[in-house]
Design a protein around this ligand. Structure first.
Ligand code: ZN
Length: 328
């Protein structure tokens, strides 16, 4: 439920460089994607994703395109068109959300949202890559237009402190949900487990709003599940690069989340190609064991919750999704 694919060429080169530049975690643990072998010659298109997914027992994926800061409206449309085409040609295997440039003119945004409504069930936002402050008042009308079209908002979460303006944390997302989604109980997703920064207030809020989902994409929860024994009890030195996704000071937040919300609110997510599918599946299985989830609870996280999300948004998936096929 959290995958990215890229066209060959410049985009692929940029993604590869981003992955390779990560090196290792502060305590010397290799970055998961590096563990998965030869990234150097790999493409990151839909075919590569599906090959990688199928090899790891994952049957379906949710694509999340992001038009970075400054993307011109006609290029935003190209992103959406390409993802709509993939969704059509790989129906039953890949489903996509749409992307928008939050700084587009009102007119261009309305046209793009109409296109998105025709083709997708929601919009992915990445405030950091798209360079916007999620609480900026001038974005209010965009969020209203999205809600008016009954589209889901799928939020990257994280807080690189040096870019404080573009933080997306539970405190921001609660305000957005209250203002634009709560009235109609719209389904929304806070990726990366909501940046793993949950005080009791946010836990109570999540418990009261059952259509807010969280995904495991690129979270410390999964690394912790894999490397748990090595890290247990050892505070990991924080070098500032990693708080984009991880709160290394709080490795036990997943216990808290599962206890408070139960397993029905979580999606799998690999954040392919930024983490390895091999590592992700290993971690998910380890997490199931650590938290002693039964088969019904495991199936909910693997695919049942994804289907609930789609049906809340009026999306009927083809027969294949009726199988208990892991959805990444
Ligand atoms: Zn992602």
């Amino acid at each position: 439920m959290h995958v990215h694919v890229y066209r060959p060429g410049k985009q692929t080169t940029a993604v590869r460089e981003k992955i390779l530049s990560r090196g290792s975690l502060p305590d010397g643990i290799a970055v998961p994607s590096i563990l998965n072998g030869d990234i150097v010659n790999q493409g990151f298109g839909p075919e590569e994703f599906l090959q990688n997914a199928i090899a790891n027992g994952v049957a379906q994926g949710l694509l999340l395109p992001v038009a970075p800061f400054g993307t011109r409206p006609e290029v935003v449309r190209k992103y959406n068109q390409w993802h709509a085409e993939i969704q059509t040609t790989r129906r039953g295997e890949l489903i996509s959300l749409g992307t928008i440039n939050p700084f587009m003119s009102e007119k261009a945004a309305a046209a793009e949202l109409d296109f998105i409504r025709e083709n997708f069930i929601g919009v992915k936002f990445h405030s950091f890559l798209q360079g916007f402050n999620p609480l900026a008042p001038e974005l209010g009308s965009l969020f209203e237009e999205i809600s008016a079209r009954n589209l889901s908002m799928f939020w990257h979460t994280g807080a690189p402190e040096i870019y404080a303006r573009t933080n997306t944390l539970p405190e921001h997302l609660v305000k957005i949900y209250d203002a634009y989604c709560a009235k109609d109980n719209l389904a929304t997703v806070w990726a990366h487990l909501g940046a793993q920064r949950f005080g009791d207030y946010f836990l109570d809020y999540l418990a009261e709003h059952e259509n807010i989902f969280l995904d495991f994409a690129y979270t410390y929860a999964l690394d912790y599940a894999v490397y748990g024994t090595e890290l247990e009890g050892k505070p990991v030195e924080h070098d500032g690069r990693w708080d984009f996704y991880f709160d290394l000071t709080n490795p036990r937040y997943l216990d808290k989340l599962l206890k408070k919300l139960g397993p029905k609110r979580f999606f799998m997510g690999s954040d392919y190609p930024y983490t390895s599918m091999v590592v992700m599946m290993r971690a998910v299985n380890r997490m199931f064991e650590v938290h002693e989830l039964n088969s019904e609870e495991r199936n909910a996280i693997l695919s049942g919750n994804a289907r609930r999300f789609f049906s809340l948004m009026g999306e009927i998936q083809p027969d294949k999704s009726e199988l208990l096929s892991p959805f990444c």
